[in-house]
Design a protein around this ligand. Sequence first.
Ligand SMILES: [Zn+2]
Length: 279
Amino acid sequence: MPELPEVETVMRGLRAALEGRRIVRAVAHRADLRWALPVGLARRLTGARVLGFRRRGKYMLMRLDGGDSVLLHLGMSGRMLVERAGRNDVTLHEHLVMETDEGWRVGFVDPRRFGSVDLVPTAEEDAHRLLAELGPEPLDAAFDVASLSGALAGKRTPIKTALLDQKVVAGLGNIYVCEALFRAEISPLRSAHTVPGARATRLVPAIKDTLTEAIAAGGSSLRDYVQPDGELGYFQHAWKVYGREGEMCGRCPGKPVCQGIRRVVQSGRSTFYCPRVQR
Ligand SMILES: [Zn+2]
């Protein structure tokens, strides 16, 4: 499932292809994804000029000159494809297509259909039901030790689980929570209410740095964002603990001090951590 850095990278790709452009053709191939698509979506997109983009958590907002924003969520399996316009056949599981006056074709592909597309007045983006409950953006200055400590106070769930709660902080998922906790040397099993204090002071910059580095790894130009098959995003991940069960963590002096990265299951999701480094 795409997390904040992947969504940010996809959004930057969309920005490179769409910002400032007029949508000359739009087609919706279904009436619903996770939820019903807005009535008349294709008609309302056609002819609109794209003013800009914004990301909120794992959601993307494409702002149109008519005063509406298109809310896009990739869900579990959603992908955005960018290619040259001109072909009329439909990619498998492609539910929405937009073509620009500059000759780009942008498609939203989602085999499992957990993604979503909606319209919201730009002035009321943050009141949309999917955005209204979101916690702070982790890269904003408002996300700091005090705000995180307040959100964790009294929480008896493991810190891993607490950080996946989008009301505590927006945009994190399983992978980057594991990575940030390793960087902060905090056990994912630790009760969340014990984190405020010295640990929260380490955790906030660990979250910011982990995300910032992952976004930077995504590149900085449309050429970086578009894979050879046209998909937006990036796939050269270098995770330190995620998916590395049994490997040395790289922070311990090595064997026999490091017992290797351990995998446990929390709330049905795999957690990876070094029990010696993370307390
Ligand atoms: Zn270790």
